[in-house]
Design a protein around this ligand. Structure first.
Ligand code: PEP
Ligand code: MG
Length: 578
């Protein structure tokens, strides 16, 4: 029995068989003689032919309907695979280096991709990921390796991996019951997706991919953040019991559904849901969400690996708006970059992607992508109650640029006599410290703020939100964070604009108590969190929360703040931390 401790990304208790996902190919490095060069070229030819066949099959039999753009990508991959120059370079290198063809192919691809990455031409730079994709395909055939697709898993398993991409989670078969990874932090996008798909997950386990193998039996405790590999009988039985209790508790919480969101002394509050894909709107309603406080639209862009067209986006946004009827839906424009990288959609090496070409910074150099999204949003606005929000705004000039582009889109639509709602509220995320500090200036230009604590904490404390090594520093109750939040709430009130919070902090029971006491009324969180937050806030009065917040704000260490609130809550309500 081996027990490992990690970070809870999504709650739940699951027991079952392990499936270890290994997506790395290890390349052999073998010396060859001159006579073997022809043989190696022959092997390459066969692998390339197979890759070409796979690509044409992909074009013909894809389960997803392929559009013009997707077909173009596949065609370009076919061309790369058969490029005579590529084959000539491999041939030359084989003769010169006298190494196996896999090793040579990798060297050749490496040197081409380095040149592409350094190119001034953006189009060429963006071909790097295509080239790597093609290389992977040929290598896999050369080595007869099948990189398993997570979509093909056909028995119930707990997935174990060193790390996963957001697109891996999106592609996962419904048979995956839970997952555990070596890497990742609590507000990484893997964690956010796990919650939105209600998949229990524990991340940041460091060595799980070395410790568990396919076929092992595992308990994943997404309450304490533990995984137990090959547990003894006593532990198994204990967990059977814990699982029953957990399910009963969840059922109990759902009983608050339909009851008003109001404190015991009559103060109203809103509990909205964060969603990542349109289908999640149903789960938001099932968990009692008032509205959609954050639709992370970038996940539409990650999945098909190609940008969705204006019409595809229009359909996705309209479907959420229609589903939510007159409840509002805040759709955030594309927030690509950081840990949300669209395979094939954007590429290019960046030393510091988290501080780099992310979100609004991306739009200004690719205005056509932003404008296409805005057109789709405006067109969809006639189907419901839409609000639009921009991510990662860092200052006034940047906001004005984005608002300028937005106005251009509106002008075009008016000229083309396309119907849209002229009064869509426009808001911004406050998730960069410079935006929080200049909130007074920004408030004059927009209709609402939404505080994104996931990034605000990352950028204020200088702690990577996805890095388990520094997770101990990622403190939502840090006085600097609380101080910035207070400042943003005050600015919004002063300028009479709406304010909500949509970072993970808005779904944390102790944090919402503090925040309500500090003046916040709109909280947006993963749907799963809504029932518990509702139960907690409905059991307390605004008056006592305000008093508690006043005391908590005097404390100077994050741990003291959290402990103070927890102990206070325990005296007031039946409250269990987990
Ligand atoms: C945030 O940063 O708090 C947020 C809600 O946005 P995301 O997690 O998508 O970066
Ligand atoms: Mg963010």
């Amino acid at each position: 029995m081996v027990e490992l401790k990690g970070i809870v990304a999504s709650p739940g208790i699951v027991m079952g068989k392990v499936y270890r996902f290994d997506n790395k190919i290890s390349i052999p490095n073998v010396d060859i003689s001159s006579d073997q060069v022809a043989l190696e070229m022959e092997r390459l030819g066969k692998a390339v032919d197979k890759a070409s066949r796979e690509l044409s099959e992909l074009k013909d039999h894809n389960y997803r309907k392929l559009g013009k753009e997707e077909r173009k990508v596949i065609d370009s991959h076919s061309m790369m695979i058969n490029d005579p120059e590529l084959h000539d370079s491999i041939h030359m290198q084989l003769k010169e280096k006298k190494k196996n063809v896999e090793w040579v192919l990798l060297q050749v691809i490496d040197s081409i991709s380095t040149k592409l990455k350094e190119s001034d031409d953006e189009y060429l730079r963006e071909r790097t990921s295509d080239l790597l994709d093609v290389a992977q395909r040929i290598l896999k055939n050369l080595m007869n390796e099948e990189i398993p697709s997570l979509a093909d898993i056909n028995e119930e398993v707990i997935l174990v991996a060193h790390s996963l991409l957001p697109s891996d989670v999106l592609e996962m078969s419904p048979k995956v019951m839970a997952f555990a990874t070596d890497m990742g932090g609590i507000t990484s996008h893997i964690a956010i997706l796990a919650k939105s798909f209600e998949l229990p997950a524990v991340l940041g386990l460091s060595k799980i991919s070395e410790s568990a193998v396919t076929g092992d039996f595992m308990i994943l405790d997404g309450i304490k953040g533990l995984v137990i590999i090959n547990p003894d009988n006593e532990t198994r039985n204990l967990y059977k019991e814990v699982r029953i209790q957990w399910a009963a508790r969840e059922k109990e919480l759902l009983r608050t559904l339909g009851l008003p969101n109001i404190t015991t002394d009559g103060e109203k509050f809103l509990l909205n849901a964060n969603i990542e894909v349109p289908e999640e709107a149903a789960s938001a309603l099932a968990h009692g969400a008032d509205n959609i406080g954050l639709f992370r639209s970038e996940f539409l862009f990650i999945h098909p690996k190609i940008y969705p067209s204006e019409n595809e986006q229009y359909q996705a946004y309209s479907s959420v708006l229609k589903k939510m009827k007159n409840r509002f839906v805040i759709i955030r424009t594309l927030d690509l970059g950081g840990d949300k990288i669209a395979k094939g959609a954007r590429s290019g090496f960046e030393e510091n992607p988290i501080l780099g070409w992310r979100a609004v910074r991306y739009y200004l150099s690719r205005p056509e992508i932003f404008k296409t999204q805005m057109r789709a949003l405006f067109r969809a606005s006639v189907h419901g109650n839409l609000k639009i929000m921009f991510p990662m705004i860092s200052g006034l000039a940047e906001l004005e640029n984005i608002l300028g582009l937005t106005e251009e889109v509106k002008q075009d639509l008016r000229k083309q006599k396309v119907r849209f709602d002229e009064n869509i509220p426009i808001g911004i995320m406050i998730e960069v410290p410079s935006a929080a500090i200049t909130a007074d200036d920004l408030a004059k230009k927009v209709d609402f703020f939404s505080i994104g604590t996931n990034d605000l904490i990352q950028y204020t404390i200088a702690v990577d939100r996805g890095n388990e090594r520094v997770a101990y520093l990622y403190e939502q109750f840090h006085p600097a964070i609380i101080g910035l939040i207070k400042k943003v709430i005050d600015s919004a009130k002063k300028h009479n604009i709406d304010i909500e919070m949509c970072g993970e902090m808005a779904g944390h029971p102790q944090a919402v108590c503090l925040l309500l006491g500090m003046g916040l009324r709109h909280f947006s969180m993963s749907s799963l969190r809504i029932p518990q937050v509702k139960q907690v806030l409905r059991s307390l009065s605004l008056e006592e929360l305000q008093k508690m917040a006043k005391q908590a704000l005097k404390l100077t260490r994050a741990k003291d703040v959290e402990q103070y609130i927890t102990e206070w809550m325990e005296t007031k309500i039946e409250f269990k931390t987990y």
